[in-house]
Design a protein around this ligand. Structure first.
Ligand code: 1PR
Length: 536
């Protein structure tokens, strides 16, 4: 029986699912005495450092947790569950940590020219001392997602179990006796992560040594993401669909094409499982009709997430409809409440589309942030790394930059009337409506508001197989320091190596070629490997 310290924030469902998938029973902590009675405790801290400690304090868990950590019984912390063991964090000045390990958690360097922050993705570990936790570990990459990290110092040397390189070297695992914690997410790190979790679950004595050799330096891999656009078809069933330039209805000469039905490319949960098994580094679900109002209780995407997170142990992102709204029954939902429901159902990150555009328009009007936008509120509670902005831009050609008040570029593919310049107009409601905001400006403001990652789609390229719009991706990449996922237009393996070589983005996403089985994920990875691009 494993005791899980879940204080109701963030995606702890995935940890619970991973423990269950490994054949163990889970008991949730619901009162301080549950911690005192625990025989094996897992603390998958989620969200920001300050809000995590605050929740522990208000629920009366801080002292029992300290007692437990000194008791010699097995403890396993994950992510904030590692950071909370330290004295404090730059993320939340003035908030004291558990004070078990000497040192303060610090932010990654995000000065110009440094690597993107947060670190999001699959990186290696360098094991510093033998431990049962890593028995059987074979140098696989593991999934990290964080902006802050612990540093090795002479004072905490006896705790350091593993380190990882990202800009500089940081602490990716700690252990002393039966108390262990990791910065990566074993529950999101595929079979390699599950094996580490299993070692903790089965160990009688964590400190029994087990030697593994690992590389002296580690490197973050480029991610390949499979995207599932989901919506109800005309029969009301939730299906994975895929558009050409965002038009998801059939066009052509056959009966089904003439009827203009929503393209049906499969069932969301089954496809997600297939991509997990084929090696996708992450899976994104976009509820493409999320701009319509729906009662939260009837939201079938929540069931899709719950079912997927029982079988898929890589990160899941969900987008579509993340905003505040009042449904047709008059019930009000704050954006935070909507996001919370998705996190509880198994999402690791939420993605905001239309609402981000409206937020930036409001920012432009007022000349400042309101503090009330979905981006700001969700980032504050769940951390920047949990907030992705999905941008749906379309090219608008102009003869001269002076024609528009937007950021224009000189393009290598001129417009229909020979226009040599273009800007990228943000759209809302699945590309149905253009707004007076350019994609680069949107990206920069959203970063300032607290977004942790950008999903850069391109309506002109979507479903065309003509390759990513490198001009768009470069333009946005140059304006921000958060990670970027290039999206729209992948048609062959060469498009992936091209986008990584020419733009230095962190991830590339595709849909159509994976759904139609034209290019398997394994072929993309094999090609990238042959081009010496770091992959998982
Ligand atoms: O506005 O917050 O409710 O979010 C709606 C979300 O749904 C947005 O993220 C938006 O991108 C997405 N969306 C809305 N309508 C469509 C549509 O296709 N009609 N899908 C849509 C966007 C874009 C991609 C796609 C890539 C790769 N899909 O993510 O998967 O272009 O495709 P490809 O590899 O086949 O070229 P909100």
């Amino acid at each position: 029986m494993i005791t899980l310290l879940d204080y109701g924030a963030g995606n702890v469902r995935s940890v619970r699912n991973a423990i269950k998938a490994l054949g163990f029973m889970v008991r949730n902590v619901s009162e301080p005495d549950d911690i005192r009675r625990a025989e094996k405790l897992i603390f998958p801290g989620v969200g920001a450092f300050g809000s995590a400690i605050h929740r522990l304090q208000t629920d009366g868990y801080l002292e029992p947790l300290r007692e437990y950590l000194h008791s010699g019984r097995p403890f396993f912390g994950i992510c904030i569950g590692l950071q909370a063991l330290f004295d404090g964090s730059e993320e939340s000045p003035g908030v004291a940590g558990l004070g078990i390990i000497p040192g303060r958690i610090q932010r990654f360097d995000s000065s110009p020219g440094a690597l993107s922050v947060p670190q999001i993705g699959w990186n290696g570990i360098h094991i510093e001392k033998p431990s049962f936790l890593f028995s059987g570990y074979e140098r696989e990459k593991l999934y990290f997602v964080h902006s802050y990290r612990a540093l090795q110092t002479p004072e905490n040397q006896d705790w350091i179990l593993a380190t990882t390189d990202y800009g500089s070297r940081f602490v990716s695992a700690v252990q002393r006796g039966n108390v262990a914690a990791v910065q990566f997410h074993p529950e999101k790190s595929g079979t390699a992560g599950l094996a580490i979790l299993k070692n903790f679950l089965t160990a009688d004595d964590l400190s029994s040594p087990h030697k593994v050799t690992t590389p002296t330096e580690t490197k973050l891999a480029k991610r390949i993401i499979a995207c599932l656009d989901v919506r109800a078809n005309d029969e009301g069933d939730l299906v994975v669909t895929k558009g050409d330039q965002y038009d998801v209805r059939e066009r052509g000469d056959t009966d089904s094409e003439r009827s203009g039905q929503v393209r049906n490319l499969g069932k969301p949960v089954e496809l997600a499982k297939r991509y997990y098994e084929e090696g996708a580094d992450e899976i994104t679900f976009l509820n493409i009709t999320g701009f319509r109002d729906f009662p939260m209780e009837d939201q079938p995407m929540l069931d899709v997430l719950r079912a997927t997170s029982e079988r898929v142990f890589v990160p899941l992102t969900i987008g579509g409809g993340i905003r505040e709204y009042t449904d047709s029954n008059g019930k009000y939902y704050s954006s935070l409440a909507v996001a919370a429901e998705y996190f509880r159902s198994g999402a690791d990150k939420i993605s905001i589309g239309s609402d981000a555009v409206y937020t930036v328009e409001e920012y432009n009007q007022n000349g400042r942030a309101s503090g009330k936008s979905a981006i700001e509120q969700i980032a504050k509670v769940y951390g920047n790394q949990a907030v992705v902005i999905s941008i749906d831009p379309r090219r608008v050609y102009v003869h001269s930059p002076s024609e528009v008040p937007h950021y224009t570029i000189k393009t290598t593919t001129p417009g229909p009337d020979g226009e040599e310049y273009c800007w990228y107009q943000c759209t809302v409601r699945g590309g149905r409506e253009g707004r007076p905001v350019d994609a680069r400006h949107l990206a920069m403001v959203c970063e300032e508001l607290g977004a942790g990652e950008l999903l850069v789609n391109c309506i002109d390229r979507d479903g065309t197989g003509r390759g990513f719009d490198l001009e768009l991706i470069k333009l946005i990449h140059d304006g921000v320091s958060i990670p970027i996922i290039a999206s729209s237009g992948a048609g062959n393996v060469g498009h992936f190596s091209e986008v990584f070589a020419k733009t230095d983005v962190e991830a590339a996403l595709a849909a159509g070629i994976f759904h139609r089985k034209e290019v398997p994920i394994a072929s993309v990875k094999a090609h990238l490997g042959s081009e010496r691009i770091e992959i998982r």
